[in-house]
Design a protein around this ligand. Structure first.
Ligand SMILES: NC(=O)c1ccc[n+]([C@@H]2O[C@H](COP(=O)([O-])OP(=O)(O)OC[C@H]3O[C@@H](n4cnc5c(N)ncnc54)[C@H](O)[C@@H]3O)[C@@H](O)[C@H]2O)c1
Length: 387
């Protein structure tokens, strides 16, 4: 079968996510595997066109990966009709302007989360995409992680009975940048530059909850800045104005309560950097990025509270590993393949800009809850048009 080639304008590829996950592990990996296989037969290869602000960095990146096309002129890249898709992994604050420019140039658009810094902008960009009739998608990579795919399998297989609650623990220590380099970019810690853990992580938690457990109906959150002073990439000290930890309670449809801690100021005493415990009437599960373990009600021990004696039961040993039963490819790559099929053969793709806006809505509601010290309800977003 023949392979056709689609040009993909990739903006922000010198960054952490754009480079590793989207360029190398998704787009280039798809091409190495022979392209995206279409349901109707045939394959699609991707021709990346790298866009950025820094000519030297782009040239070096393009050379390292044997890529011919790169430019600092976004408009020129968008003007080429061979480039059918625009992808954005820039800093969040730069996203909306570039995405709207791409839509106006008639491109299908795929973007990192969050789709915008504010709900208003996230709604606008959704409306603009819908009005132009272009395909649109937002990265929701966590859904494609092996651990969460196993969790989803358990939900869909009815393992839990009635789901009662979800507890999520996410985080690790992000170094301040003085005596050891920080492992995240400094803009993450400046509110004016689109930073903050709520804006970064609540969109993730939103699509995880929405896709696995139910609609998010209300949030009560406390966002704080635990580490007020950090050092940037140039070794200069700066004031950390954005939240670096958030403690959230989310009320979901069906009466499920989810409680998720997110922190860049905690040290890991877990098996993975994120873990979700789901408790249901019939069983419980603990899922991380890769692993998922379960305990059925028939296998549930009966601990008795007695602080006078050391723990007698090996609690962690009382869980069973959920088998893979499938091959799990890189989650970013899997979602890229879905988006390409969505563009080329109109395959379903539920992770659109409207879903992205719902994630931003939760982030905004979480920040409001924290600022005003109250529970905030989420109402369905009015996009003004049907999907
Ligand atoms: N899906 C995920 O798991 C995940 C994880 C981390 C970050 N992200 C998202 O990806 C996006 C990029 O995050 P990152 O961690 O790769 O950031 P990064 O700082 O490593 O990269 C940012 C990119 O944007 C470019 N850029 C454009 N305008 C800029 C400006 N004014 N200032 C600084 N850089 C500018 C940079 O050149 C660089 O290519 C963010 O929107 C973030 O929310 C997603």
């Amino acid at each position: 079968m023949s392979a056709r080639t689609i040009g993909v304008v990739m903006n922000g590829v010198t960054g952490r996510m754009g480079h590793r996950q989207h360029l190398v592990r998704s787009v280039l990996a798809i091409n190495s595997a022979g392209g995206v296989a279409l349901a109707g037969g045939g394959r699609v290869l991707l021709k990346p066109v790298l866009v950025g602000r820094n000519e030297a960095k782009l040239r070096e990146l393009a050379a390292a990966h044997d890529i011919d096309d790169w430019t600092t002129d976004l408009g020129a890249a968008l003007a080429d009709p061979a480039n059918e898709i625009y992808f954005d992994a820039q800093v969040t604050s730069a996203r909306v302007g570039a995405v709207v420019q791409a839509i106006e140039a008639g491109k299908h658009v795929y973007a990192e989360k969050p789709t915008a810094e504010s709900l208003e902008d996230a709604i606008t960009v959704t409306k603009v995409a819908r009005a132009a009739g272009v395909k649109n998608g937002v990265v929701q990579d966590k859904l494609f992680l092996p651990g969460l795919r196993k969790l989803r399998r358990l939900v869909e297989g009815g393992f839990f009975g009635e789901i009662l609650s979800v507890r999520g623990e996410f985080g690790y220590w992000v170094f301040e940048g003085d005596w050891q380099d920080a492992q995240r970019p400094s803009w993450n810690y400046r509110a004016a530059d689109g930073g903050g853990i709520v804006l970064d992580m609540f969109p993730h938690w939103h699509y995880v909850m929405e896709n696995l457990f139910g609609t998010v109906e209300a949030v009560t959150a406390r966002a704080v800045t635990h580490v007020p002073r950090r050092w940037d990439e140039a070794g200069e000290p700066y004031e950390a104005t954005a939240d670096d930890a958030a403690y959230g309670i989310f009320e979901l449809s069906g009466g499920i309560v989810a409680q998720i801690n997110s922190s860049w100021a905690t040290r890991v005493f877990r098996d993975e950097l994120v873990e979700f415990q789901v408790d249901g009437t019939e069983g419980s599960a603990v899922a991380g990025l890769r692993r998922c373990r379960v305990q059925h009600r028939s296998m549930t021990p009966k601990p008795v509270w007695n602080p006078d004696l050391p723990a007698t039961e090996p609690f962690r040993g009382q869980w069973q590993e959920v088998p893979d039963n499938a091959e799990f490819d890189n989650g970013f790559k899997v979602q890229w393949e879905m988006f390409i099929r969505h563009v080329v053969e109109d395959a379903p793709f539920p992770y659109d800009f409207a879903a992205g806006a719902r994630g931003v809505q939760l982030a905004e509601a979480g920040l409001l809850s924290s600022a005003e010290g109250r529970r905030v309800e989420l109402t369905p977003i009015d996009f003004g048009t049907e999907a």
